[in-house]
Design a protein around this ligand. Structure first.
Ligand code: SF4
Length: 412
């Protein structure tokens, strides 16, 4: 069962506004006038109020207790203090926010006004994720980031002075012009911040796809956006491995493919994605996962990634009921993302030995190839498996045929 009895909900709220568009960005975000911010927040607040009725019509459980909230983007720190206050008042009005809830807001360095910081503190935000990407100023500038190293360090000090100490720093390996020497420089800065008490870091590998300007240029073998200076896949793999080693020595242990922390400082919100616990996503391009009231079915839904369309109707554009077989596949490929791995007995208890048997055959094959390790009780990715994780996950996606996505028949 995905949702333990009495389990609490996680809320994800997408804020898709940015001051400028980074060249590598493949998110549904953009630069919009401030007048759109208020309209958008109004729409999210309407969705918050409508969520229980929507869930009831879909026949899914919507726990009232919320223990994690995550404002992602985009750049949520661009919202005016008054809009943040309204948004959090609506969250508290519609749901029972637990006293020790983890409340995270993503911030771009240099884009956190004093009044906004005050509003974050006043609304109970207790975790901030800073999109640093590189501590090397020329690398940050080359991708359109608007901050430099000094600005990042100043924001870290401001946040800590405001008693928001549970901080995450995002880094990207594979930025244009990045070299082993410059990557070491970013890692050294991250080590210094870890020494100073920053408890969490995320390291992502540059994604090259059609959804970003840089990705398209790399795929076309062009040179715009410095696409010709993107490190090779082999160099990228080495940079990632170096990050794992150096962050570990700095006390930030890897707990997920891209995430590192001090003991007990995992992102509670992100853990729920990999542990298949329920979440409600609101706003542009937001996903939800909720369990059905009666049987073992699980609903996944996604909202549109088009702002104009969202402002006209925020009804999910795709709604998929996951079969048991699909839930089983997810238990493997989401669980394997975590360094603790997948406990075989737990999966067998949840899905039955017959359903799990083909997965164990896949485990044996992948272990033979050095991509998984298994002691018979727990299955984990190896270091090589982490580098080739998409290939590993593919093996678990092919255990059963995919379900047919259904158009949602319900308006909010
Ligand atoms: S700040 Fe983040 S969301 Fe906005 S354009 Fe840059 S990477 Fe994308």
């Amino acid at each position: 069962m995905v949702i333990p009895a009495g389990g609490a909900l996680g809320l994800y709220i997408s804020i898709p506004f940015c001051r400028s568009k980074c060249t590598y960005c493949n998110f549904a975000s953009g630069v919009y006038p401030a007048s759109e911010h208020a309209r958008y927040v109004d729409s999210v607040i309407e969705d918050l109020a409508a969520a229980p009725a929507w869930a009831a019509r879909m026949g899914v459980q919507l726990p009232r207790r919320v223990d994690t909230v995550y404002l992602g983007g985009g750049t949520p720190s661009l919202l005016a203090a008054e809009l943040l206050a309204r948004l959090f008042a609506a969250v508290r009005g519609e749901f029972d926010l637990e006293p020790d809830a983890e409340i995270t807001v993503e911030c771009a360095p240099g884009q956190l006004a004093d009044q906004t910081l005050e509003a974050l503190v006043a609304t109970g935000v207790n975790r901030v994720s800073l999109g640093v990407q590189s501590f090397v100023d020329r690398e940050a500038a080359a991708t359109g980031r608007l901050h430099n190293r000094a600005v990042v360090l100043a924001d870290v000090m401001r946040l800590r002075a405001a008693r928001i100490c549970n901080l995450n720093v995002d880094l990207i390996a594979g930025l244009p012009g990045q070299t082993f020497a410059s990557w070491q420089e970013s890692l050294k800065m991250m080590e210094g911040l870890a020494d100073a008490g920053i408890p969490h870091a995320s390291v992502y590998m540059l994604e090259v796809d059609q959804d970003s300007r840089l990705g398209r240029e790399v795929m076309a073998h062009g040179a715009r956006y410095h696409a010709d200076l993107v490190p090779s896949d082999d160099d990228l793999a080495q940079m990632y491995t170096q990050a794992i080693e150096r962050l570990d020595k700095a006390g930030l242990e890897q707990y997920e493919i891209s995430n590192f922390c001090r003991t007990g400082k995992e992102s509670r919100h992100n853990l729920r994605y990999w542990q298949r616990r329920p979440y409600l996503g609101l706003g542009l391009d937001a996903s939800s996962m909720l369990a059905a009231d009666e049987d073992h079915r699980v609903l996944r839904s996604t909202t549109t990634d088009d702002l104009k369309a969202y402002l006209e109707s925020s009804e999910p554009v795709e709604t998929t009921w996951l079969t048991r077989a699909q839930q089983h596949e997810e238990a493997w490929f989401l669980g394997l993302r975590l360094n603790v791995g997948v406990e075989v007995a737990a999966v067998q208890r949840e899905f039955g030995e017959a359903m799990v048997a083909p997965a164990l055959q896949a485990v044996a094959r992948l272990a033979e190839n050095g991509l998984l390790s298994s002691d018979g009780k727990t299955v984990r990715l190896t270091a090589q498996g982490r580098l080739l994780s998409n290939d590993v996950f593919q093996e678990f996606l092919e255990l059963e045929a995919p379900a047919t996505p259904l158009r949602s028949p319900l308006a909010r």
